[in-house]
Design a protein. Structure first.
Length: 235
């Protein structure tokens, strides 16, 4: 397989077209951004770690029967993925109160949500990815009722699989963000990445932060935390 041209470059990844129809190469970059790109640094080694961690999670989810775009990891920083037409939505699942939810609603950090909360956000940097109700999703034509129902159910399945897997590895899944797209024949598939850039992971015993919050909050020890996540995920 040969990469041809870069179809899309985001803050943390590049999506390459290839000479194989329906197949893309997703390359993970070392760039770390937060607060909609306001804070930006290049952190050597991040791309390689996120590619490995994401590959593990996608393989785990496929085994559990979740359709994902993941085909195979082909190099340190690249994976082959199915070509999808992405929904302009971010689907966030929250098990424990953190981040923007704490700021927006004044809920005490660390509050447990059982059942977990599923939220939708508009993927639009110019608007700062605003939160959406299901009615907004429908009214803006971002997804049909049937797709909304699928997204919620798929997000909760992902949550169940990852929460169980991580808890066996002394890691708490606080919250995470997913992105979905459709194949040429209209099937809804999980895309993007699943990594410490897009999830919050806390050590179950100490509560130690092991994700991009180390960068957002200038806590230091960023790469070591990502390495620790990879070790746990591959054990
Ligand atoms: P939030 O608390 O900032 O809304 O984030 C919720 C989860 O979504 C958290 O695990 C980080 C992830 N996330 C992304 O992957 N990309 C984003 O742009 C944002 C804002 C959050
Ligand atoms: N990914 C977003 C950014 O690049 C926000 C975040 O993850 O905190 O700014």
């Amino acid at each position: 397989m040969k990469k041809t041209n870069a179809l899309y470059e985001g803050k943390a990844k590049i999506l390459w077209e290839t000479d194989e129809p329906g197949r893309m190469v997703q390359e993970f970059k070392d760039d770390a951004t937060a607060f909609n790109g306001v804070k930006h640094e290049v952190i050597s080694g991040k791309g390689v770690l996120n590619n490995q961690i994401s590959s593990h999670f996608f393989a785990l989810l496929e085994e559990a029967g979740v359709r994902t775009h993941f085909v195979e990891k082909i190099s340190d920083s690249e994976m082959v993925v199915e070509r999808l037409s992405m929904l302009a939505l971010e689907v966030v699942v929250r098990n424990i109160a953190a981040g923007s939810l704490v700021k927006r609603l004044g809920v005490e950090q660390g509050t447990t949500f059982d059942p977990p909360i599923v939220e939708f956000y508009l993927k639009d940097d110019d608007l700062n990815d605003p939160i959406l109700s299901e009615e907004h999703v429908r009214a803006l034509g971002l997804a049909t009722d049937e797709q909304v129902a699928y997204l919620k159910q798929a997000a909760l399945t992902v949550n169940r699989v990852l929460t169980e897997f991580l808890s066996e590895r002394n890691t708490r899944l606080v919250d995470f963000k997913l992105e979905f797209g459709t194949t040429a024949d209209g099937e809804m598939v999980l895309g993007d990445e699943i990594s410490p850039d897009t999830c919050r992971f806390h050590d179950a015993a100490s509560g130690k932060i092991m994700d991009k919050d180390r960068f957002r909050q200038d806590l230091g020890g960023f790469i070591d935390a990502y390495k620790e996540v990879l070790e746990r995920v591959s054990s």
